[in-house]
Design a protein around this ligand. Structure first.
Ligand SMILES: Nc1ncnc2c1ncn2[C@@H]1O[C@H](COP(=O)(O)OP(=O)(O)O)[C@@H](O)[C@H]1O
Ligand SMILES: [Mg+2]
Length: 297
């Protein structure tokens, strides 16, 4: 992975101070975000939204997968990312905690900030970044270890060895992931014996154990049955009290059920980001309207 622009882009250009509640969206009449006004800067001293991207671009070799993406994710909210297959949803999600670094030939340009930290700055500690920004994938991927050891995994990596403290943190995480009551009697048993829905909640507990600020979820329920899906959706609604959540979903009903804000992407561009109800009932962009009414996708 190479960083195309070494400089850290300032988020506070002169003359844009004091503006609030910016939305990433295309300008009137435009069909893509390429001409969108950049999100407003944040006044000195004001709290920056938890996640901010400015003119963010990503290439896989010569293929540009993200184009000038500018967006903001406020704290304690659920943002859904929707759009047709291949539009860059997973790539954008992985950009937030630099999971794309692991893919050879990836190049980025632009800015991603988490709690004011410049994610792509050379000085950024990627291990600490991924502790702060946890991730849950489409297929539950528990380690072939016990339930306890799965949840304790990240804590042990961080050097937490005290058994009593570990047990307390594991219990806490399992409770927050709404799994404790189902597994409390079998913490020493293999995680692989759990159902798919339980495994996914275990992966959520594993992510929560290291006390992240942001939880990224890439189609977390798409491999699950309707009952398990409903539990994940309920859990997401609970978790936003404590965390900031960005969730990719191909399911527009799911986005409408669980998210506060929805981002619609198309071939690498952020077409529209707005309050979920507004985006689904009064989209600003014709492309969004065409997509949500099923004209393509
Ligand atoms: N590891 C990769 N190497 C090369 N190209 C990739 C890789 N991952 C994704 N892409 C390409 O980037 C684009 C966006 O992919 P992705 O982010 O997975 O989309 P989505 O999650 O919306 O389906 C697609 O054209 C896809 O083929
Ligand atoms: Mg994807």
């Amino acid at each position: 992975m190479t960083l195309e622009t070494p400089s850290i882009r300032t988020i506070l250009p002169e003359g844009r101070r004091g503006e609030t509640a910016p939305e990433a969206r295309a300008g009137a009449g435009a069909t893509t975000s390429a001409g969108a006004a950049a999100p407003a800067a944040h006044a000195p001293g004001a709290v920056e939204p938890r996640l901010v991207t400015r003119d963010f671009n990503l290439w896989y070799g010569t293929h540009q997968a993200l184009k000038q993406v500018s967006l903001e994710v406020p704290d304690h909210s659920v943002t859904a990312i929707i759009g047709p297959s291949g539009c860059g949803k997973s790539t954008l999600l992985r950009s937030f905690n630099r999971m794309n670094d692991l893919i050879p030939g990836v190049r980025v340009r632009g800015s991603v900030r988490v709690s004011g930290l410049e994610v792509y700055a050379p000085s950024t500690d990627v291990v600490e970044l991924r502790r702060r920004i946890g991730m849950v994938f489409q297929r539950p991927n528990p380690f072939p270890k016990s339930i306890f050891d799965n949840v304790a995994f990240g804590l042990r990596l961080l050097g937490l060895g005290n058994r009593t403290e570990l047990e307390a943190r594991v219990e806490d995480s399992l409770r927050h992931a709404a799994l404790w009551d189902e597994v409390r009697d079998r913490l020493g048993k293999s995680a692989l014996a759990l159902s798919g829905g339980q495994q996914q909640r275990l992966c959520i507990a594993r992510a929560l154990a290291v006390e992240p600020e942001v939880l990224l979820m890439d189609e977390p329920a798409s491999a699950l049955d309707p009952t398990a899906t409903a539990r994940i959706e309920e859990l997401v609604l609970d978790l936003k009290e404590r965390y900031t959540i960005v969730m990719v979903t191909h399911n527009m009903q799911q986005a409408a059920r669980v998210s506060d804000r929805t981002a619609f992407m198309l071939v690498g561009e952020l077409i529209e980001l707005g309050e979920t109800r507004q985006l689904f009932t009064r989209p600003r962009q014709k492309l969004t309207e065409d997509y949500i009414t099923g004209r393509f996708g």
